[in-house]
Design a binder for this molecule. Sequence first.
Ligand SMILES: C[S@@+](CC[C@H](N)C(=O)[O-])C[C@H]1O[C@@H](n2cnc3c(N)ncnc32)[C@H](O)[C@@H]1O
Length: 311
Amino acid sequence: MSAQLTANKAVSFSQCKLLYTNAAQLPQVECLQALVSQHGLSLSLSAELITVKLNQKNRELLSAESTQPILLLNDKNKLSWLSGGLSVAPEWDKLQRRVVSAGRKTELLLQAAKIAADSHVIDATAGFGHDSLILASTGARVTMLEQQPLIALLLLEEQQRMSMQPNWQKLMSRLHIINTDALSYFMNVQNMTALDATDDIDVVYLDPMFPEDSYQDSKTGKGAKVGKHMQALHHLASPPTLAQEQQLLQNAQALVSSNVNDSIDVNGDGDKIKHQGRVIVKRPQHAPLLANETPDDSWQNGAVRFDGYFV
Ligand SMILES: C[S@@+](CC[C@H](N)C(=O)[O-])C[C@H]1O[C@@H](n2cnc3c(N)ncnc32)[C@H](O)[C@@H]1O
């Protein structure tokens, strides 16, 4: 199934600089080039050894002078994207405590998604993968779709790095990262015949970009501040148009409705109940509804809202 689906990618190759700080890092550089070709990422990496000290001033200069996106391999071999002088990268190890204690009581996302250890979730807008990790902490398999090849490379490299740590290996093996546009992926899955469809999809999770001014309430100014990861993503990806929002939501709903499982162990207590396929949409607390569609249920805290559309 994945071979057919990975074929769907942007056609143009993005040029990207890969800066490394020490000649002994050449094997890591080669590993990254190998990830790009193995996963058919439409990225062309030009590797360059830099000798300047990577203090904040030089990071800002490097960002300002380059016309291409910059990936940086620091002296600890951590890969990040240098965006506007800020280094951003998936930070999965920092989520360890949350992942270990994640459950419906602690994670609003899990209350909304209601998944079980045998669920298959599609995180259609993976970004830095932080929400995917929370979803996968339940034991569920998570297919992560990310349209930007540069972000997909960061995800693949983080998965490879974390897989070397024994306590993360099981969770890492449940993540499947694909560099694709979610809409093309949805359409490919729907076009597959029942015989081809080897796998049911219980939940589709959508966290598309939203306008930078929709994080806070326009009247009260209340709401979440935009973190550095989101600030960086705003340089690369734009919020969907209303028509794209409608397509995303409709196709995601069609996918879960055609794949509703008869029964799964939702509570993890051995009692199997009929599972309700659902699409969960993440929004800033005060942001408008995706595609102006009223959800069946909503879960929110001071910063974020999860809207649930059930089949
Ligand atoms: C708001 S971020 C997601 C953040 C993510 N939930 C996390 O925990 O890090 C949105 C991401 O979805 C990606 N994206 C947006 N539209 C997409 C689409 N149609 N298909 C695949 N990826 C998409 C963007 O490139 C961006 O990386």
